[in-house]
Design a binder for this molecule. Structure first.
Ligand SMILES: Cc1cc2nc3c(=O)[nH]c(=O)nc-3n(C[C@H](O)[C@H](O)[C@H](O)COP(=O)(O)OP(=O)(O)OC[C@H]3O[C@@H](n4cnc5c(N)ncnc54)[C@H](O)[C@@H]3O)c2cc1C
Length: 295
């Protein structure tokens, strides 16, 4: 299949990309191309222009200092998954990157493209939500920051405005007694998440002091699970607490908003959400004995 005709521009700096977006307001950015190009080939999107940002070196790479891990928007999944410092700093994100698609997708796809595209079945949105990330957008008026909690609005819809691009993702470095995990039920055909759950938990003397748990695939955008989070705080992560917290995954959320498609009904999705929340918490409990930032 061939896409409709479009103008192709290649930017080598962020300023150049912003100027091209200003001159071509309906243009799409091209990063890894693993969502944009299939969509164009299927005729689901026909942008009049494409601005290729894949060669902007300043938007690529991982930098971890004492408190923050800064990940450039063009950093590819393979780089995320293989970065030992990032794994210590933000393990839910590296685990989600490692779980994406197949080796071809991981070699091309970028964190910025994944988050900006906001496919409900993508893996990284729940991981950055659970990791309390901040997204840094750059536009004609300079930079602005958006907490991950406010970024994902609806299916394929984010807080990014016209003329802006996502420059980087900032992830708080986990403390010594914190763990982060991501587990998913992959689609057998594409590898996308039918349901995926990320959990980032802080502990003090074996008791959970803070919990951020989020899911992909269940709703039309990545969503935190407030019932599960509330059931974890001030508790030790034993089997009973895990079961109770997983059973609370839908508490406070709208059941009628659960997605249903040819893969899975809404009822079965709710069951998968419970089961994969339990798996994520079980993995977190196992890792809590070997804190991520200890070495
Ligand atoms: C066979 C297959 C299997 C897949 N399996 C999975 C999976 O298991 N899990 C998963 O999460 N994903 C999966 N994907 C999707 C893949 O992860 C894509 O790479 C991702 O959704 C988009 O990232 P990209 O860098 O390829 O972006 P592109 O396709 O280049 O762009 C996607 C959209 O994001 C916008 N965009 C890109 N970069 C920026 C930026 N920096 N700022 C603002 N807007 C930007 C573009 O304008 C476009 O609208 C799969 C894809 C394929 C083809």
């Amino acid at each position: 299949m061939f896409p409709a005709e479009f103008d192709y521009f290649r930017a080598t700096t962020v300023d150049e990309a912003l100027a091209l977006l200003d001159a071509n307001p309906e243009a799409e950015l091209l990063a890894g191309g693993h969502s944009l190009l299939p969509t164009m080939k299927l005729g689901l999107a026909s942008p009049p222009a494409v601005v290729d940002i894949s060669g902007i070196d300043a938007l690529s790479g991982v930098e971890v200092d004492g408190e923050v891990a800064r990940v450039g928007a063009l950093t590819r999944y393979v780089t995320l998954a293989d970065d030992a410092a990032l794994e210590r700093a933000s393990p839910a994100v590296t685990a989600a990157a490692a779980a994406i698609g197949d080796v071809q997708v991981r070699n091309r796809g970028t964190i910025g493209g994944n988050l900006a595209h906001a496919d409900p079945a993508s893996d990284l949105p729940a991981a950055v939500l659970a990791s309390d990330a901040t997204l840094v957008l750059v536009g004609p008026d300079g930079e602005r920051t958006v907490p991950a909690d406010d970024f994902f609005l609806a299916i394929f819809t984010t807080a990014k405005e016209e003329g802006e691009l996502l420059a980087r993702v900032e992830l708080p470095v986990l403390g010594e007694e914190s763990v982060g995990v991501y587990v998913k039920k992959p689609s057998p055909s594409s590898g996308y998440a039918v349901v995926g759950v990320a959990a980032v938990l802080g502990f003090e003397d074996g008791v959970v002091t803070n919990a951020r748990v989020a899911a992909n695939g269940a709703f039309d955008h990545a969503t935190r699970l407030p019932g599960t989070e509330d059931a974890l705080v001030d508790e030790s992560l034993d089997d009973g607490v895990i079961e109770t917290a997983a059973a609370a995954a839908m508490d406070g959320l709208d059941e009628s908003a659960l997605m249903a498609d040819h893969h899975v009904s809404a009822d079965y999705r709710a069951e998968l959400l419970r089961a994969y929340t339990a798996r994520a918490l079980t993995q977190a409990a196992e890792r809590a004995d070997t804190p991520v930032a200890a070495d």
